[in-house]
Structure formats: C-alpha cells, structure tokens
Design a protein around this ligand. Structure first.
Ligand SMILES: Nc1nc2c(ncn2[C@@H]2O[C@H](COP(=O)(O)OP(=O)(O)OP(=O)(O)O)[C@@H](O)[C@H]2O)c(=O)[nH]1
Length: 599
C-alpha cells in the first residue's frame, strides 16, 4: 500500500500551532515602551511562552484581570498574546481574528509584523494555503525593510517553516540560515536550529547521527525550551526507527514521555503514541503495538486526519491481517485509506496553492519589469522628437523593439503559466497525473462514457513488497523502479486511457471503451509485462511484481467512488491471496472469482 507521507509533513505537524515568535523579547525595548514601564510586564509574560507554558497561561490571566485599566497599545499587545495562546491550543479561528485585529491597527510595526508572521502560520494550520502563500510572497518583499530584530526573526522563522512545508526545503534552509545570522549575540540559537533541522528533515538529509539534530536537542534543553527539544527528539525517534534501531527508538520514546506529558502539547502526545505503536509492531510485539495504536485513535477526535492516525490504522490493519482477522483488517484498512487519501488531498491542495502563489509572484514581477521598460522607451522617444528627421526613423526602430519586447514577455509569461499548469497536474517523479488530477480527469471521462453508453474499467495497481526494494537497493533505485514501472504501464495503454500515481507505489488506470473481459486481459498483460522486464541497475537485476484490482462500469455504474471502492477491494484480495496477480471485482460474487496469477 502507499506510504504517502514525507518527512517535512511530520516536522510541520510537530510544530503547527506553536508558530515561531521571535526570541525572548526582553533584551530590547522601543522608546515608546521604555517610556511606559508597564509594557515590561507584557514582555515578561511574552518571554516564557514556550519555555514555561503554564506560567505563560497564568501571566496571561493576570494581565486580563487588569484589562480595564489598560492603554490602547497594551490592549493590542494583550490581543496578540491571546492570539498566540489560541493558536497553540489549536483554536485557529479565534487566533486568526486576534492576529487580524492587531494587524488592522498597523502591520508595519514590530507587533504588526509578528502578527503577520503568526497569521501565515495560522492560515497554514487551517489549510488556507492560497492566502498563506500569497502573504508569504508579499512578506519576502517586505523583508529588506523589516529592521526590528524581533519582528525580522519571527518573519524569517515562519517563512522558513512554511517553505519547508510547501515542499521547498532548500528555500526553508536558506531562511533558517538567515535566522541563525539574525539571532543576537547572547541569545540561544535553539529556534533557528529547530528550523534548520526541520528543513534538513524535509530534504531527507538527516540520520540518527546527524550532529545538527543531536546538538539541537542539547541546545534547546540548555535553553530550557522543552517543546522544541521534544520536537527534535521525536524526529530522532523517527530516524532511529527508519534505521531499524528499535531498542534505541523505544528507549528515546520512554525518556521523553514524562516531558511530553507535562507540556500537554497535543501534536507531541499523539505522535509519541503512534511512534510507540509502530516500534512495537516492528519488534514483533503485536499486543503492545495494538494497545499503543488504539491509544492513538482514542486521543483523536472523530473526523481528524493526521499522520499519527495514518500510522495507527496501518499498524492495526497489519496486526489483524497477520492474525487472520480479515473483517477487522478490512475495516482498519479502509480507515487507513481515508487517512492516507486525506493527506494526499491536503498535499495536492498545498502544492497547487504554492505553485499558484509563486507563479503570481513571478508574473507580477515580470509585469513590473515590462512596464518600467516601456517608461524608459517613452522618455527616449520624447528626446528623439526634438531631433527632427532622424528621430522618426529611430522612433520606428524603438517602437518595433518595444513591440517585440512586449510580445517576448507575453510569450514568456504565457509559457510559464502553461508550464506551471502542467507541473501542478503531474507527479514530480514519474511525470504522470498526480492523484487529484487523475481523479478529476477520470470523473470527466466517466461522464463521457455514460453519455454514449460505453463501458470502462478502473484498475488499481500496487507494487509488491516495494519497501524491500528500497531497503535492499536504496531509495534512488526505488525511485528508478517507480519510473521504470510507469514506462512499462504506458507501453500497455492506448492513447485514450488514463494513468495516474495515486500515492507512493500505487497507481491507477482508467481503460476507456473496455468491457470487463477485455479489461481483465489488459490487466493481466500489464502484470506479465512488469514481471518479465525487471530493472537492471549497474549489472544488478532488481525484480519486482505488481498486484492488480479491477472494477468495471457494468456492475458498479459510472460513479468514480463506487468504482474506486470496488477496485480497492479487489486489490486488497490480490494482496491477500499472495500478491503478483489480478483480481477482477464482481466475479467472486457470482462464484466465478477470476484470479489470474503466475502460480
Ligand atoms: N523510492 C521511493 N519509495 C517510496 C516512494 N513513495 C513511497 N515509497 C516507499 O514505498 C514503500 C511502501 O511500503 P508499504 O506501504 O509497506 O508497501 P509494500 O512494501 O509494497 O508492501 P505491499 O504493498 O503489502 O506489497 C515504503 O517503504 C515507502 O517509503 C517514492 O517516491 N520513492
């Protein structure tokens, strides 16, 4: 089944709601604040947000008790701190309102810039990616004029975090490095290092021995920043697990548990439980694994979609499957798929929003450049007018140049728009449709089929034991296998058929104008083609196979959801019956279970 989730997603989940908000504000006061010593109380409470969160909540309560006598700027500061706390607790709508109130008064002073930075974090937490990325691209423009160290630090931190989350870890790293430089002498580099490690995790450059990771845990502990230290420790658990150092991973989980129970930071609590579940599962302790996975599920609320639940349901599914409890396994598998697809949907929306914002950003820049070119040419034209005869000839030449350059820029803008449109519909690794685009195209194609009464088949394909390919030959060879498999699939399809990557090593095909019998023949042909063409990398033969589930419009109708459910169930059967085979949905109901395989 598809693995789906990437490292930067985990990192984001571990930091969401926390936002980053400057280093300890206390070292420096603006003239207005010095004049009003009362502001110091606010700054003291502000300073312990993440270090001593319980103390911060108490302090905030104290400030509210004296609310009636507060001046306008103190009320604004209080509103900001309320917003921060709401964000921490996951009350995103309330936090958003508070940050917007602070920005409405002024968004270019220190507090306004901090509120802007926090709002970017907040909008991302709420999945409002388009607005968040549009704000981020504006924030990049304002960065050169933000001189207040606290506001600048906060902006850099949130930009780094958002870009890493948007799948741009190299850019995230760039802003993390700028944060490190912006950390004033004497201040701990804990928060800047957390961002740097997060970006490195996003770029898949961390191991359990990476000095950046291990040092940052120590640095944040020394700075008495338990939440940031725990965030790093949870990444360490993840890396240890990836390296199969299960005893060490479990020991780390046990070690950090008391601190996490004290801070009561929800993303950490559920992450810890799900990590424990998958470690026990890998250790071959199914009962402990089941207990931890059920605990993860119980901690969440109905309708929640997150990485911890995805892991928990996968563990529960595997245990029931191994113990022969097929009904339980199928139930957990369905829940797992909902979590997995929820993640993929979110990732697709996020990526499309990022692409749209960066495209808009670039397009705006191009327009500005085009306009300033035009202005220069017009000034030139006025000067030429004074110079009688030759001027008009030159004028013609210049005008042609203007026209040419406008046409040139328009073509470039159009080309980059088309390119971004194409990129946002395709999977980066294999170049075929990504999940969201495949679903849209398949729905359109099915409506066409239904209108003219044609028949079609939906095929789900999942490479077998792909994890072992990665483990045995490395991730780069795993990627090459995925590309190779797509080339083989393409060779078996007609122009009208659709092909998409649904996630990890899972693919989908829609065979147009194909009745059930012909569909099963095509599916079997695909299976055989893959089996008979292993990938050869530097003389090493990497053999692999595929399990296939097929469903057709003659039994399910033309609704994509029904087709998906049926194809998914058939694929589950194909895996269950031993893999490397085709199972055709519906045939087993009539007692004619059609299973084709090499066995
Ligand atoms: N190389 C590479 N691996 C990926 C990619 N996406 C997901 N994977 C890996 O695919 C593997 C999927 O593992 P599982 O979900 O356990 O599935 P499986 O190993 O194929 O097991 P079965 O489906 O039951 O046969 C995980 O190890 C993922 O890390 C990718 O883009 N490239």
């Amino acid at each position: 089944m598809a693995s789906g989730c990437l490292g930067y997603m985990r990192c984001w989940t571990l930091l969401v709601g926390l936002g980053f908000c400057a280093f300890v504000p206390g070292g420096r006061a603006t003239p207005a604040q010095t004049a009003e010593g009362a502001m110091d109380r606010f700054r003291q409470v502000d300073a312990i947000r993440t270090k001593d969160h319980a103390g911060f909540v108490d302090g905030l309560g104290g400030l509210h008790r004296d609310e009636d006598g507060l001046k306008a700027d103190e009320k604004r500061y209080l509103r900001f701190l309320d917003g921060w706390e709401a964000n921490y607790e996951g009350r995103y709508a309330q936090a958003e309102a508070a940050f917007r109130d602070v920005m409405a008064i002024a968004d270019d002073d220190m507090l306004g810039t901090r509120a802007t930075a926090m709002l970017m974090n907040n909008l991302t937490g709420q999945g409002k990616y388009a607005e968040a990325y549009a704000m981020a691209s504006r924030a990049v423009d304002t960065l050169p004029v933000v001189t207040d160290p606290e506001a600048r630090f906060s902006l850099l931190a949130n930009l780094s975090q958002m870009l890493t989350f948007a799948g741009q870890p190299e850019l995230g790293l760039k802003y993390a490095e700028m944060m490190l430089k912006a950390t004033p002498a004497g201040q701990s580099p804990c928060q800047a290092m957390v961002q740097k490690v997060t970006a490195l995790e996003g770029a898949r450059e961390l191991t359990d021995r990476s000095p950046e990771l291990l040092n940052t845990i120590d640095i944040c502990k020394a700075d008495r920043q338990p939440i940031f230290a725990d965030t790093m420790s949870l990444i360490l658990v993840d890396r240890l697990f990836a390296e199969h150092k299960l005893d060490q991973a479990l020991a780390t989980v046990e070690r950090i548990e008391p601190a996490i129970q004290t801070s009561r930071y929800f993303p950490h609590i559920i992450d810890l439980a799900s990590q424990r579940a998958r470690i026990y599962e890998a250790m071959g302790k199914p009962e402990e694994a089941r207990k931890a996975a059920l605990q993860t599920v119980a901690l969440n609320h109905p309708g929640d979609v997150n990485e911890a639940l995805r892991i928990a349901y996968r563990v529960l599914y595997s245990i029931d499957k191994a113990q022969g409890n097929d009904a339980g396994a199928l139930d957990y598998y369905e829940r797992y798929v909902i979590q997995d697809q929820g993640y993929l949907r979110d990732a697709n929306v996020r990526n499309a929003a990022y692409e749209a914002a960066s495209q808009h950003f670039r397009a705006e820049k191009l327009e500005t450049e085009g306009l300033s070119k035009e202005n220069r040419i017009l000034r030139l034209q006025q000067a030429l007018d004074a110079k009688a005869v030759e001027t008009s000839r030159l004028y013609m030449v210049v005008m042609s140049l203007v026209l040419l350059s406008i046409v040139f820029w328009m073509v470039r803008i159009k080309r980059s728009q088309l390119r971004f449109k194409w990129l946002s519909s395709c999977d980066g690794l294999t170049g075929i449709f990504h999940h969201q685009h495949f679903v849209g195209e398949a729905e359109r194609a099915l409506r066409v089929l239904e209108k003219r009464g044609g028949e079609g088949c939906l095929v789900f394909l999942d490479l077998d034991h792909f994890k072992q390919v990665n483990d045995a030959h490395g991730h780069a060879v795993g990627d090459a296998v995925l590309k190779h498999a797509v080339a083989v699939f393409k060779g078996q399809l007609r122009k009208a058929d659709l092909l998409g990557r649904l996630g990890g090593e899972e693919f989908g095909m829609l065979l147009m104008d194909t009745p059930r019998l012909q569909g099963s023949v095509v599916a079997e042909r695909v299976r055989q083609a893959l089996e008979s063409s292993p990938l050869v990398v530097e003389g090493v033969v990497v053999a692999f196979s595929v399990s296939i589930g097929l469903a057709c419009t003659d039994t399910t109708g033309y609704g994509l959801q029904d087709l998906c459910r049926a194809a998914d169930a058939a694929l589950y059967q194909a895996k269950h019956l031993g893999r490397n085979r085709v199972v055709v949905d519906g045939d087993e109901i009539s007692g004619r279970l059609r299973v084709s395989s090499p066995h």
